[in-house]
Design a protein around this ligand. Structure first.
Ligand SMILES: [Zn+2]
Length: 462
């Protein structure tokens, strides 16, 4: 399983059609290229949970790349908040649901390269977790060095191919981050993104020719996917500055220590954000109990041009969905049954929907601007670690104006199509149409003949 992190479905398809990615074209011709939906937030880290655990990010405990620990039990030493950018990435494996196995724990022996979630891998089965590698990645990150990221991708590709050539394993996972970094810096149509895609193609070509040479190819499954898309950003809304201007004190990275803050601002991707209110309260307060004062703040936030959708969780199984111009609707769910009722309007633009199952909820939204929006909103709003105001940014906007080593001209994280639709390339045709990234892990287990645990959110397309 290869993750071409951040590649958009249409961009990959076009590059294959143009003849720029011959090894990926061969996979498509023998197998299939589908467009599937990622998870909300559409951001690296949380959006890897579907691939590695067959679960949605909110349900495994990764509601964002940054989140506030209301329980005060998880992140005591880091200001009761998490940011998986940088050193705290090492906490991902202990933050995720213990009861839900990773594919590395189920398919042994396995290997993972640059996998944000790596629980179940022994030290020697990991690529990109050594101290030397982390130092190099950190230096590359803080220099905002895009060619440096591509050099890392090339090294990772070579090392993955070498290990697959010399060791026998059931499952291997490799993430390539160059496409995402280059897209943030230059936009997804830039030549340097094409170069990053060619590194993925070269790696696939190498893995394939090695496997053909020693007779493994006819049994090998080789898949290429992505965890989120990308879209151009023209303006940054500095949420922290905005709230400060309105007289609130905030807790936000990189300054995450503020014991008396009014609001915790946790941005991911950078086109989504969780805002946490009443920080002293250890259990989720829910709307409308949060009260009039915070209603006014929510109304002010919704009035901003940068906000497309604002989600206000009302219980672990219901929420309000707001749009400035399209009004408010109520979403209610129980286990895997979803109902959506427009009240002052229809923010998702899908009409009234009653008692849809997982499949029905997908079909009702897949052509809309928010593919799989019902399930994705429900999964995130109900997560114990989510914020009290969840924002999905409007097109052309994101939520971080400062502290970004690569100034972003393109972002992701939101619920709209450009961020949520991702490609899935399989070297063998699936028996059912692939729908969601959460289906990839159960399908991998099926292909490997491993029984799927009952905790999975996805279903196999084999
Ligand atoms: Zn990114």
């Amino acid at each position: 399983m290869i993750i071409a992190d951040g590649v958009r479905s249409d961009v990959l398809a076009r590059s294959i059609d143009n003849g720029q990615l011959p090894a990926l074209a061969a996979l498509r011709d023998e197998g299939s290229l589908s467009t599937i939906t990622s998870a909300f937030p559409s951001v690296t880290g949380p959006a890897y949970a579907p691939f590695i655990m067959g679960r949605y990010p909110g349900s495994v405990g990764l509601p964002g790349l940054r989140w506030y620990d209301r329980s005060r039990r998880v992140a005591r030493l880091s200001g009761h908040s998490r940011s998986y950018v940088g050193a705290e990435m090492r906490f991902v494996d202990r933050d995720i649901d213990n009861a839900s196995p990773t594919i590395f724990e189920l398919a042994k022996p396995s290997m993972g390269a640059l996998s944000v979630i790596a629980r179940g891998l022994r030290r020697r089965e990991r690529i990109g977790r050594s101290a030397a590698f982390i130092a190099r990645a950190a230096a590359t990150h803080f220099r905002g060095d895009v060619p440096g990221w591509l050099a890392i991708d090339r090294n990772v590709g070579d090392e993955v191919a070498r290990r697959l050539r010399t060791r026998r394993m059931k499952f291997a996972f490799a993430a390539f981050t160059g496409i995402d970094k280059a897209s943030h810096a230059a936009g997804q149509d830039a030549p340097i993104v094409a170069e990053a895609m060619r590194i993925v193609d070269d790696t696939v070509a190498q893995i394939r020719s090695d496997a053909e040479r020693d007779g493994r190819w006819n049994r090998m499954q080789l898949w290429v996917g992505s965890d989120h898309g990308h879209s151009p950003v023209r303006d940054h809304e500095d949420l922290t500055g905005l709230l400060a201007g309105w007289g609130y004190t905030t807790l936000a990275h990189p300054w995450a220590f503020n014991a008396s803050a009014d609001v915790a601002v946790m941005v991911s991707g950078n086109a989504m954000a969780h805002l946490y209110l009443n920080l002293e309260q250890k259990a989720r307060p829910w709307w409308p109990a949060l009260g009039e004062k915070w209603r006014e703040l929510a109304a002010s936030v919704l009035s901003r041009e940068s906000v497309d959708l604002m989600i206000l969780p009302t219980s672990s199984s219901s929420c309000e969905v707001h749009s400035r111009s399209r009004g408010m609707a109520r979403l209610v769910w129980k286990e895997s049954v979803y109902s959506y009722a427009p009240e002052s309007g229809d923010p998702l633009d899908i009409g009234q929907q009653e008692s849809l199952d997982d499949r029905g909820a997908y079909d009702a939204t897949i052509e809309s601007d928010y593919p799989d929006g019902l399930v994705q909103i429900a999964q995130l709003a109900g997560s114990p670690r989510s914020g009290d105001i969840i924002l999905s940014a409007a097109r052309d906007w994101d939520y971080r104006a400062r502290y970004e080593p690569i100034p972003h001209v393109s972002s992701h994280g939101a619920l709209h199509r450009e961020h949520m639709l991702v490609p899935l390339l399989l070297n063998r045709p699936p028996s059912l149409t692939p729908r969601r990234t959460v289906d990839v892990m159960p399908s991998a287990l099926a292909a490997l003949g491993i029984a799927a645990p009952k905790t999975l959110d996805g279903v196999s397309f084999f």
